[in-house]
Write a protein that binds this ligand. Sequence first.
Ligand SMILES: [Zn+2]
Length: 274
Amino acid sequence: MVKYDRFPGGKRYALTFSYDDGGAQDRRLVELFNKYGMKCTFNVMSSSLKNENGKGIKFNEVKSLYEGHEIAVHTVNHLHLERMSPTDQYTEIFEDKKVLESACGDIVRGMAYPFGTYNSDTLNVMDVCGIVYGRTNVPTNSFLLPENFKIWNPTCHHNECEPMVKRFEYNATKAPWRAGGVLYIWGHSYELDNDDAPTNWERFEAILERLSALKDNVWYATNIEIYDYTQALKSLRRSADGTTLYNPTDTLVCISNNDEPVDIPPMTKVRINL
Ligand SMILES: [Zn+2]
C-alpha cells in the first residue's frame, strides 16, 4: 500500500515554529533555535524595522539574524485586515513583502495575520501578492495540516504547548500506528520575558531540548518548507497500475510503500513493487 505519509528523510513527523512581531527578543530566540538545530518562521511588520532608535530588529540586521529561518509578512502596520478595504489590505501586505524581501534578499511567500484575523478579501489579496499561506491564532490541538493553507491553524500557542509536546514525543517515538503530522507552535518572543507566564525562557529551552531528542524521527522545517513539501507531494503523478511515480517538482519527496520509505527525487520517475 502506498501512502503519502512521509517527510524528507522518511520521517513521519515535522516540527515548525512561527513567531510574530519581530521584537528585540527575537535575537535571543534565534540563538535558541540555532542551538537546537530547529527552524522557525519570523513574521515581521516592516514599520517596526524603520525605528532606528528602538531596541527592535533593524532593517540591516534582518538578513544575518534570521539566516537559515524564514521571514514572512505580518503587514506594514499590524492592523485588523478584516476592517480594511481590499485596496488598503493590498498595500499592507504587498508593501510589507517588498520591504522584507529587500531586507532578507529572498522571495517572501508566507504570512501570519495580525491578531490572527482576516476576511475573504484578504484571501484574494494574498493571491494577487503571491502569498501562499496565512497563519491564524486558532489552535487545532492536533498535528493535522490544513486543507487550505491560507487558513493555517497552528497546533497551539507556546503557553499551552506542554500537553501537545508530550503527545508529540509519545507519537513520534512509541506509537508507529499513529498517522504522523506536524507540531506547529506559535508565539511572540517578548512573551518569554514574562517570568510569571507558563512558558518563560528557561521552560521554553527545556521544551526545545526535549524536542531536539526526537531529531531522528522529526523533520525540523520552516512554514514555507512544509508548504512547498506538501505541494510537491500533491503534484506526484502516478500510473494507473500504481507502480510508476513521477515527481515533476524541484523538491525531493518521500512516500511509503508497505510502510517502507521511498525517495522520489526531483524530475525523476521511480518504479515500485506493490
Ligand atoms: Zn502580531
